[in-house]
Write a protein that binds this ligand. Structure first.
Ligand code: ATP
Ligand code: MG
Length: 327
């Protein structure tokens, strides 16, 4: 249906409706002239179109469990988890995000209700709830499921201390999930499980290290980027020796890269010297669109699918999918 408005100069202006928007992807540049409703409709169309237009990639032979960690705060762990997960879903992968941070930022960005009382990671870790009972599909992102975190998870760090096999609770839950595994898990199998860790090396993060086979470390392109990484890598080594020999630091992603500064280029170069092939070729640019998406309960992949941040996350996700699991 086409609706019309008559502005003060008397000339009719055509206002685009959701129906119009569903028919085609509008021309860039016209966005600011639209009504909020039309804009919202356009977003949703772009989100769906974005997904539809992105060619699917082959699914891995078995579920890959990636731990997104860096004990440093604010380096882009959550932003990376939700956007890589969304991008993977948009290229035909089935993805489970486990929010392991009591802040629940990944749950917020993926628009999953996570007030106290909702079944969450806490119930999985402390009360033996199954992942299938707790996971919900993210709106706008078919194929992406989320185990949300509530503030209760803050208590788990202490409550788990007295629990048997306290560091392998998450591993146990993932292993018990029927949609995790190889071909036997069927069409509904998760191709990727992404775990968003809190900024610490406590019991929650340890649970992720024991559950995962691959580690994705986001590194912010800033002066102190590599500081503290030694401690993280030592912890990984300790986990490999005593708890989980499968764990590999498979992927490093440079985030919040500001191409205008020499500092960012220098940091990226240093990271590459240090980690070589583990570093993804794609870096994520610093972008306002990336940082404002969560306040709309969205990832940048749906909020602004054509923006440089979204395209970079898409490319980074492709690299991870195409590269395959480390051997
Ligand atoms: N590419 C980017 N461009 C601009 N801002 C970004 C980008 N990536 C992340 N941010 C912003 O930086 C801040 C920290 O990001 P994020 O929450 O992902 O980090 P984190 O490592 O998960 O933090 P925490 O340690 O608290 O869990 C957020 O405000 C986020 O919106
Ligand atoms: Mg976070």
């Amino acid at each position: 249906m086409v609706s019309r408005e008559t502005p003060s100069d008397g000339l009719p202006v055509r206002v685009r409706t959701a129906g119009d928007l569903a028919g085609h992807v509008p021309v860039a540049g016209s966005f600011d002239e639209m009504t909020p409703l039309a804009r919202a409709a356009e977003h949703s169309v772009l989100a769906r179109e974005g997904a539809r237009l992105r060619p699917a990639l082959p699914r891995p032979p078995a579920t890959r469990v990636l731990v997104v960690a860096n004990q440093k705060g604010g380096v882009g762990k959550t932003t990376t988890t939700v956007n890589i997960a969304a991008a993977m879903a948009q290229v035909g992968q089935r993805v489970l995000v486990i929010d392991l941070d009591p802040q629940g930022n990944a749950s917020t960005a993926l628009n999953i209700y996570h007030r106290r009382g909702v079944l969450s990671t806490y119930e999985v870790l402390v009360e033996d709830a199954g992942l299938a009972d707790v996971a919900t599909e993210a709106p706008d992102l078919p194929g992406l499921f989320v185990v949300p975190a509530t503030i209760d998870l803050a208590g788990a760090e202490i409550e788990l201390v007295s629990v048997v096999a306290r560091e392998s609770r998450l591993d146990k839950a993932i292993r018990a999930e029927p949609c995790v595994g190889g071909a036997e898990a069927g069409e509904d199998r998760y191709d990727f499980v992404l775990i968003d860790c809190p900024p610490s090396l406590g019991l929650l993060t340890l649970n992720a290290f024991v559950a995962g086979a691959e580690m994705l470390i986001p590194i912010q392109a800033e002066y102190y980027a590599l500081e503290g990484l030694g401690q993280l890598l030592e912890t990984v080594e300790m986990v490999r020796q005593h708890l989980n020999p499968r764990l590999r630091v498979s992927t490093i992603l440079v985030t919040m890269y500001d191409a205008r500064t020499r500092l960012a280029a220098g940091v990226a170069e240093e990271v590459r010297e240090h980690f070589g092939d583990q570093v993804l070729r794609t870096s994520i640019p610093r972008s306002v669109r990336v940082s404002e998406a969560p306040s709309y309960g969205q990832t940048v992949m749906t909020y602004d699918p054509g923006s440089p941040g979204a395209l970079s996350y898409l490319e980074a996700a492709r690299e991870i999918v195409v590269k395959g699991a480390p051997t």
